[in-house]
Structure formats: C-alpha cells, structure tokens
Write a protein that binds this ligand. Structure first.
Ligand SMILES: NC(=O)c1ccc[n+]([C@@H]2O[C@H](COP(=O)([O-])OP(=O)(O)OC[C@H]3O[C@@H](n4cnc5c(N)ncnc54)[C@H](OP(=O)(O)O)[C@@H]3O)[C@@H](O)[C@H]2O)c1
Length: 332
C-alpha cells in the first residue's frame, strides 16, 4: 500500500480508500447485499492490505451504510481506520432544498450551521463512535453563506467531533471560497476516463491550496471494469441504469476503448480495472483513489493498481481511445 498525508493535515491515509456507497444497498445498488459479518471480513481484509481509510455518507442506503459500519467497526476496528462521512444531505424533513426522492425518502440539501450539527450528531450515533476523522460537505450549496457552513465545521473541529474538513460536488471557485474561512483537507470529486473534464479543470486549484483530490467513480460504478458490464441491464431505480454508458453511440465507444486496452492488459499482466485506475492515478500528483467494494477480490485487485506505472505512450493511448465515449458533464 502507498500512503499520503491528506491536505495539510497529519492524517496519513492509504491511497486506496474504501467507498461505502455500495454496502448501503437500496435501489441504487440493488444487486449488492452486504451484512455485518461480510463487512467485518472486508474491513479485516482492508487492514491486511493496508487500506486504512473509509468513506461513507448518511444517505448511502439512507442510513444503512453508516449503521453497518458502526456495527462492524465497534469490535476493536475503529482505531484502525480514518473514518470519513458527510453532511448536508438529510431526510429529516426539517428544511433545506429538495435534492432527490429515493426508496420512499425525500432527501434535502441543507448546509446551514444547525443542519450540519444535527447531521454529525446522527452520524456519530449510527457509526457508534465519538469522533469523525473527516467530515465532507456532500453537495456544496449556495443557499447558505459559506462563512456559516465553514463556521459550523470549524466549531466541530474545536469540539473534537471532527478532525478535518472536506467538500464534494464542488467547483474550483467553491474551494477558493471555503479556503477563505479555514482549511479544506480534501475535495471529493467525480473523475474518470469517461468524464475527465471536471477533474482536469479542478486539479490546478486543488494543488494551489494543497488540498487532496479524492476521486470517486474512477471505474464508473463498474462500467470500466469489463466489456460485458456495459451490456448489462439494471432494474428501475438502480443508479447505473441512468448513466449515459448504456446508450449508443457511447456504449459502442466504450467497447472500442476495451478493444484498445485488451493488449495492454497482456503487456502489464493486469485487469482492465488496473489499467483504468493506474491511468487515473497518473493524471495528477497526490490523487486519492476512492473505490467501492462489496467483494474481497475487487479490493485485492484494486490494490494491485498501485504497482502499475503506465508508459506515457500507453497512458495517452488509453486517454485518446476514451475520447469518443467521454461526456462533459455527469450528474449521479
Ligand atoms: N461525493 C459523492 O457524491 C459521491 C458519489 C459517488 C460515489 N462516492 C463515493 O465514492 C465511492 C466509489 O464510487 P462508486 O462506488 O460509485 O463506484 P466505483 O468505485 O467507480 O465502482 C464500484 C464498482 O466497481 C467494482 N470494482 C471495484 N474495484 C474493482 C476491481 N479492481 N475490479 C473489478 N471491479 C471492481 C465494485 O465491485 P464489487 O461491489 O463487486 O466489489 C463496484 O461494483 C462510493 O462508494 C462512495 O463512497 C461519492
């Protein structure tokens, strides 16, 4: 495993971090079913592989991901991990802007000081812990002043409830604004071979502030793991069924990308996922690779991506082959 300091903090995180969306199940990941004992095994494997960093959010499975983690972490595992959850999206029905409706819940976005404080209280209960290593604003929102949001986060740091602050689904100018009021350790942003533009625009600003760029969705929820994944169909409500990758002409272009990568899997003795993740890590120094796992084999395989150094020519070959499939904006 490789490690990195998160932003300007002393938090030493594994470059591969464990994404907790899929373990929350629900209609968005309808084929995933993870119980506490499965998760305990995954966390023990993560420790063995050197992964010490977990990401979750209140809305992943509407509380389920955090609850499962709380159960699995309490038996002596909590101290082995940097635990990151999020704030702003909640389904309490006590204010905020409508964000989405899912699994019978209405989720609102609220970055007011009082909502953030309540989010943290609820997460600490579900996660069965008395502190969070990082708290990330899930969806940056302009309805409340950043000064108020950041003020609430800094108060939580002073109280020892959180150790560091991050923002997500933000723009470079949001990071500039948050940094006027305090230090942002990381931004968690979508970045992939199929949707690279947001990240490419963002890297210079993250680097300027020494803020870690944590990538989510590098494998595009599995679509970049194997050619046959692109041909799958998904039940109603599943987030993967709403992505642009399942429609022509993008679907065909992704198949062509796999055709280009096939000889490279042989050259580097690795999986398609390894090529995609290695390409991702090579796009900016200090990227943190947040990846969703519900199975041991995918966690093991992802760690192997850190050992692959693509030649400049091969990285360019992959990047160019992806261009016909790329989208400029992606909302998950
Ligand atoms: N801030 C936000 O708004 C936001 C949005 C989306 C995601 N996230 C965070 O980012 C994390 C990662 O994103 P994601 O889970 O959406 O998608 P992802 O990491 O792009 O893809 C996860 C999928 O890839 C599979 N996989 C992982 N490593 C693999 C490997 N080496 N080979 C083959 N398959 C592999 C997993 O399989 P198995 O499940 O079978 O193991 C899972 O189906 C989330 O869990 C969440 O923590 C944040």
């Amino acid at each position: 495993m490789k490690y990195q300091k998160l932003g300007k903090t002393d938090l030493e995180a594994s470059v591969v971090s464990f994404g907790g969306w899929g373990i929350g199940g629900g209609s968005v990941w309808s084929d995933k079913s993870v119980g506490v004992s499965d998760l305990e095994r995954l966390l023990d494997l993560a420790s063995d592989l050197g992964i010490n960093y977990i990401d979750t959010a209140p809305v992943y499975g509407t509380g389920v991901s955090e609850q499962l983690l709380g159960e699995a972490l309490k038996k002596g595992r909590r101290a082995k991990f940097l635990l990151q959850t999020k704030c702003s999206l909640n389904w309490r029905g006590d204010g905020g802007n409508f964000h989405y409706e899912r699994d019978g819940y209405t989720v609102n976005n609220d970055t007011s000081a009082s909502a953030i404080r309540k989010d943290v209280e609820d997460s600490l209960i579900r996660l069965q812990t008395d502190y969070l290593d990082l708290l990330v604003v899930h969806y940056v929102c302009k309805s409340w002043p950043v000064e108020e949001t950041m003020g609430a986060l800094l108060d939580l740091v002073k109280e020892g409830k959180i150790r560091a602050i991050g923002i997500s689904n933000s723009k470079p100018e949001d990071l500039d604004e948050y940094e006027q009021y305090g230090t942002v350790a990381l931004v968690q942003e979508q970045f992939s071979l199929l949707a690279p533009y947001h990240g490419m625009d963002y890297f210079p600003t993250a680097n300027k502030h020494h803020t870690t760029f944590q990538v989510y969705g590098a494998l595009e929820e599995g679509f970049l793991t194997a050619p046959d994944y692109v041909d799958r169909t998904f039940p109603q409500g599943d987030v993967r069924g709403k992505l642009p990758w399942i429609h022509e002409p993008i679907k065909g272009a992704i198949h062509q990308l796999f055709d280009v990568m096939k000889p490279l899997t042989e050259k580097y003795h690795c999986s398609y996922s390894n090529l995609v993740q290695a390409w991702t890590l090579q796009q900016n120094p200090g990227i943190n690779l947040l990846t969703g796992f519900t199975r041991p084999e995918t966690m093991i395989n992802t760690c192997q991506s850190l050992e692959i150094q693509l030649s400049q020519e091969d990285a360019a070959l992959i990047g160019n082959a992806a261009k016909p499939a790329q989208v400029t904006e992606l909302d998950k």
